[in-house]
Ligand binder design. Structure first.
Ligand code: FMN
Length: 168
């Protein structure tokens, strides 16, 4: 029947992952300082949530080994990656021993780590954690922001890295 979703279509994880990948996103490097070393992971589940208070959200998988370490830090830096930072996104989502090799980054005094060459930096502190199935939804309070409007963002769509182009 037209309009009825075939449950079989979305039941396997791979099919659902593919369905979710149809929604284009940016890529965010979520990073902090642990024992003076940068620690981070790539996320595309970023969303703006609230203006007052200033809140954004990311969703982290319960399987992530990086999130439990970021979770205990006083500050987290979010960097919206630039269109030429595909390799960095790959490293920040890999099991590479040093995810920050060749990366240009800086930490502020509170320990938020920011990626140079990104189009937006948000300095954040964890506000709330909400269970969402096999992920946790993390609400982050935005404490400060720095915009780099001349830098075009990296786009992730159907598991591919792309850039923006004007609508026809
Ligand atoms: C473009 C992209 C977006 C991702 N988004 C998320 C995300 O929103 N949440 C998440 O938990 N993992 C996400 N990942 C996976 C993590 O970056 C990474 O693979 C995961 O943290 C595994 O490493 P870990 O065990 O060190 O955490 C994403 C990966 C890529 C390449």
């Amino acid at each position: 029947m037209a309009g009825v979703v075939d449950k079989e279509f979305i039941s396997p994880h791979a099919a659902l992952r593919k369905a979710f990948s149809m929604f284009p996103t940016g890529v965010v490097a979520m990073c902090g300082l642990e024992a003076d070393k940068p620690l981070g992971m790539a996320v595309n589940s970023f969303s703006s949530v609230s203006l007052e208070p200033a809140l954004v959200a990311v969703c982290v998988a319960h399987t992530s080994s990086t999130w439990p370490r970021l979770n205990s830090l006083p500050r987290i830096g979010l960097s919206v990656l630039g269109s030429d930072q595909e390799m960095l996104s790959r490293r920040l989502s890999s099991k590479a021993a040093d995810r920050f090799e060749n990366a240009r980054w800086q930490a502020n005094e509170e320990g938020a780590v920011f990626i140079e060459g990104a189009t937006l930096w948000l300095e954040c502190a964890i506000n709330e954690r909400v269970r969402g199935g096999d992920h946790d939804i993390i609400l982050l309070e935005v404490l400060s922001s720095q915009l780099f409007p001349e830098i075009a963002p990296l786009v992730f769509h159907q598991s591919q890295y792309l850039g923006l182009s004007a609508a026809p």
